[in-house]
Design a protein around this ligand. Sequence first.
Ligand code: PAF
Length: 292
Amino acid sequence: MQKFTTVAALKEAVHKAKAEGKTIGLVPTMGALHEGHLSLIRKAKEQNDIVIVSVFVNPIQFNNKEDLAKYPRTVDADCEKLALVNADYVLVPSVEEMYPEPVKDVYHFGPLEEVMEGPKRPGHFSGVAVVVRRLFDIAEPDRAYFGEKDYQQLAIIRNLIEQIHYNIEIVPCPIVRADDGLALSSRNMRLSPAARAIAPTIYDTLQQAAEMAECEEVDDVKEWVLSSLASFNEVNPDQCPDGLCFEPEYFEIVNARTLQPIESWDEAGDDGAVGCIAVWLDGVRLIDIVKF
Ligand code: PAF
């Protein structure tokens, strides 16, 4: 595995690979790599000659300074993991290297960004689009890999590809979960032991919601998910020391393609429906999805 800290050096390697007719898979990450990321890299290895992984905590997609400061940074451990899964090139740039000039570009995604994460994190998706486009320009990939946990991000990236007319296949990859069901996330390492112990409740609740969806209305499922998480600490005080509790930010049931909230299951039609949740636990914001 070759590690690059400059864009120019990676571009040179990319041009050489392209000249040799090699296909390129790109896996953009913000580091603190876990099995979820590694599953994207394994998939990319199956489908491409060269796999490029970027490890860059992108400041312009954080609308909360504290969240940016607290984001885990584990570059050495990341590079060890990347070598084990045979990533070919890893780009670990500084902020100045990625953004030598102040960023002026702003992307808009219409109704796709007016729901869920969009209103809660103003400017977030534009910041994601800026960095992803920059990575596309550097790596010139044939395919790029994104996890389905960030379901709205995936839809935004697909829309970005349409806006900028790049010929890149976006490959969605399923969520990887811990044995107890918690969706793997770089943020999980910030949970206290007590919070980590109850965090799988999010997955359990979504699974129960999927069962309820067979006989209950959309609104009733939504209300049940939000209220059962919000009341978890009252029902289970023994598992919630020191005021530990779930604070759901949103749970929306949306059309799986347009991401617009639905009021009846029929409204999702052939696209299907997906439930997307964001929950605060122990000062950590966790997200997850369930497909109906
Ligand atoms: O999903 C992430 O980790 C980030 O949003 C991404 C796509 C690497 C862009 O910074």
